[in-house]
Design a protein around this ligand. Sequence first.
Ligand code: UD1
Ligand code: CA
Length: 454
Amino acid sequence: MSDLVTVILAAGKGTRMKSSLPKVLHRVGGKPMLQHVLDAAKAAGTKRSIVVTGFGGETVREAIGEQAEFVTQEEQLGTGHAVLQTKPLLQDESGTIMVLCGDTPLLTGDLLKKLYGAHVEAGAKATVLTAILPDPAGYGRVIHMEDGSVEKIVEHKDATEEERKVREVNSGIYCFDAKDLFAALGEVGNDNAQGEYYLPDVLEILRKQGKKIWSVAAEDYEETLGINSRLQMAKAEKILRRRKNEELMAEGVTIMDPDSTFIDMDVKIGCDTVIYPFTWLEGDTVIGENCEIGPNVRLQNVTMGNNVMGQFTYAHDAVIDDGVILGQFVHIRPDTHLMEKVKIGNFVEVKNSNVGKGSKLPHLSYIGDCDMGANVNMGCGTITVNYDGKTKFRTKIGDDAFIGCNSNLVAPVTVEDNAYVGAGSTITRTVPADNLAVARAHQKNIAGWADKRK
Ligand code: UD1
Ligand code: CA
């Protein structure tokens, strides 16, 4: 499948989105619509992708980067004109060019493979992916020859009454022989109801040259649907979420309430993990086996081991090892690594810190810029004082240290292995190994004071 090149049309403004963001960059299922299309093309074996941009082209380039090449269509004169813009890049290609639209995020690699496979098998010069729609209004209709090949596609606005009765429509997705495509595009005119250069006209031009034009119908027309409005986007979102949840459940993940569970397309979850309701798993998140996640957990780009339990937690750009317990009301911020069996309890925030194996932060702590050893006990309310208003400093805590409740560790500072910090201390100097540091005012009791006050 190495001779497949994909052209993705994305020059349209997407007026009905009422947005300053180009339509194809709106996110569904956790990634831009155009990204879904690129991923499907890649899954189908595409070696090269070219995106035709117009409105907001710069923004599209920035978002997609190295994954594709770009050409600009200055004026939107029609789909045929859009594809013609890729000629300088693709005129030396001799294989197949697949044309897709950037606003069809429900496309799958399997469907595109089926289209490409049918195109190659039929030995056709052009093959269109069609869909049978309950209501075909607005779409181009696919008109067949008696032998089942394609005669032409007529746009709704140009169609006769008879042609409008056809329910098989053009999905806007095709495979073309590269050479034939560009040769025929040169002949496409704009003498039609919309005054546009229609890409589908290529089919009739090639057919008249005696070339084989084929079609293949999508079993599930949903996959080919384009998004034009926020309402359609919300519907696509539901479909993508459902697909992802069903895929995970088939792989052995329990999702208690799929309707209230939102899992991005690229998230991976191991088997026998249970996802409780109201959980968002986003970006490049990977979760191991046998975890219990949720209720109310949001993970973004988190790498998590096995047997982790987390509830009422927000964690992002963090690594969480096997057997960690999180929650409730926990915030794990970027560049944090929680090692095996760490326990993070109620109302705790951890940022840019390494927390060693088996350490416990059970209640009401802020741990920032800290390198903590194994089996440390951080008492309730302990704080790393990491910021002097200008600079952030690190705190080092050795293995088996015990930090008494409500202590402040004023960084830069070190508490060495097996050292103790008395409750309520404000520590500003190194606590050597095996020492007890107490840094608080001595208690003074004044006998009879209460009676005198009265
Ligand atoms: C097109 C097809 C129609 C098909 C329908 C499926 C044509 C003439 N008609 O109609 O047969 O049923 O798609 O959705 O192709 N675009 C550009 N530059 C342009 C014009 C369009 O990049 O100058 C892009 C749009 O951004 C969009 C795609 O091409 O992603 C399709 O354009 P659109 O105007 O939506 O096509 P339709 O008129 O709906
Ligand atoms: Ca149009």
